[in-house]
Design a protein around this ligand. Structure first.
Ligand SMILES: Cc1cc2nc3c(=O)[nH]c(=O)nc-3n(C[C@H](O)[C@H](O)[C@H](O)COP(=O)(O)OP(=O)(O)OC[C@H]3O[C@@H](n4cnc5c(N)ncnc54)[C@H](O)[C@@H]3O)c2cc1C
Length: 385
């Protein structure tokens, strides 16, 4: 150890970095974590009160095993931290049976023996009457083992448990440069430098600062909450569970009922429309009607029981790769720099499993899961750190 401050440095303690820190500390690895803000903050991608959890992961078949591993580790983290982080209160998908979302969900359920229930239009209407105007021919898929995670609490829990296990954490400490040296890297902060053998770079939307050749698209993502009208309790999360719903013209409405005392959370993905890229250092966090105009129009037709003007808006960042899959692993095969980015709006549920994968990669253990579709080198022809 003589010349090194730690075996592994984890830069960025959002969802993925905090989970990696925990899995390394759990193994007794000498690990140092760096976070430019306070863990659990609202300036990156891991805030907003809730994140959806699903096992059936239509986004890629290879993610089902990762979600299963993550579920076990979420439970382990809850036990270690003594706080509830994941409620398996069920989840609903609504869409065209031949569309990717429904088709791949049902295929995964069949192939991986997941508990899901297909709902025809009549049953959908009976069980979830808050959803109005479902397109003719669309069906529902109910997944009882889906649910909601508490993102801020999860990040804080992972950092707290890691610290208890011996990890050292530098809060409010920005790593400004990563310098490769013999046998490791030097992490430069404004006040001092730290030599580590390996680094896990889990800075999410800020990754391009360090690895500019990864083709990441950073977008501004407002999160919006709406007040229910009408019968009290109609929009509690047990009656209006988390959902994703195809709404025509490539739009997907997503959200969940009132959770942890909040209002109803709703958002819109507009497939095919490419939002402008942003620079995370100069993100505009002010909000205006332009942030919810289209969403409000969709909500007034699809979920008319809520007032279509938000009660609260918070700005988040999304980090997308060209194939909307993660980028996890060493860059150019050099384990001194292991990147973890490209969350592609689906990475929170997998954070603990990703943390385990990255910890195994950092210490040279055989990973419990093969995730070849997340190899960052798929985007790089030649990359040196
Ligand atoms: C609006 C929205 C909704 C989503 N919904 C879901 C969902 O329902 N289900 C789901 O599974 N996923 C969802 N996701 C995706 C999920 O939130 C992300 O996968 C996850 O939060 C990614 O975490 P991260 O650790 O990569 O990034 P971040 O949380 O942004 O963490 C990066 C960290 O690095 C720190 N950092 C940056 N630069 C430095 C530096 N130089 N030095 C030190 N620290 C630094 C930052 O401060 C930050 O804490 C959603 C994403 C968005 C944006």
């Amino acid at each position: 150890m003589a010349d090194f401050d730690a075996d592994v440095g984890v830069v960025g303690l959002g969802a993925w970095g905090s989970a990696t820190l925990w899995r390394l500390a759990h193994r007794g690895v000498d690990v140092l974590g760096f976070e430019r803000f306070e863990p659990g903050h609202a300036f990156g991608s891991s805030h907003g009160g809730s994140r959806m959890f699903r096992l059936s992961c239509y986004e890629h078949r290879g993610l089902v095993a990762l979600a299963k591993l993550s579920l076990d580790l979420w439970r382990a983290l809850e036990t270690a931290a003594g706080v509830p982080l994941l409620d398996l209160c069920g989840g609903l998908l609504i869409g065209a049976p031949e569309g990717r979302m429904i088709r791949e969900t049902l295929a995964n359920a069949r192939d991986f023996d997941l508990d899901v229930e297909r709902l025809d239009a009549t049953e959908l209407k009976r069980r979830f009457p808050q959803h109005e105007g479902v397109a003719a021919g669309h069906v529902g898929v109910w997944e009882p083992s889906a649910g909601l995670l508490r993102p801020e609490a999860a990040v804080r829990a992972a950092v707290a448990v890691s610290t208890r296990l011996g990890a050292r954490v530098c809060r409010d400490t920005r790593v400004v440069r990563i310098e490769p040296v013999s046998g490791g890297v030097v992490l430069h902060t404004p006040t001092r430098t730290f030599r580590v053998r390996r680094t896990v770079l889990a800075v999410g939307p800020w990754c391009s600062t360090f690895v500019p050749r990864l083709p990441l698209r950073i977008i501004r993502k407002p999160i919006t909450w709406f007040a229910p009208e009408g019968t009290p309790g109609e929009f509690s999360v047990d009656r209006f569970p988390m959902f994703k719903r195809e709404c025509g013209e490539g739009r997907v409405l997503w959200g969940c009922g009132a959770y942890d005392g909040g209002d109803v959370k709703l958002g819109l993905e507009a497939k095919g429309r490419v939002p402008p890229e942003i620079d995370p250092e100069i993100l505009d966090r002010s909000t205006s009607a332009a942030d919810w105009e289209e969403l409000g129009r969709v909500v007034s037709q699809a979920v008319p029981g809520v007032r279509p003007v938000p009660t609260r808006v918070s700005v988040c960042m999304g980090t997308h790769t060209p194939d909307n899959q993660f980028a996890l692993g060493p860059v150019g095969g050099d384990r001194r720099l292991i990147v973890a980015t490209g969350e592609s709006s689906q990475g929170f549920k997998h954070a603990t499993g990703i943390g385990e994968f990255l910890a195994q990669t950092a210490v040279g253990e055989a990973p419990s899961l093969a995730l070849p579709f997340t190899d960052p080198d798929r985007f790089l022809t030649e990359q040196k750190i």
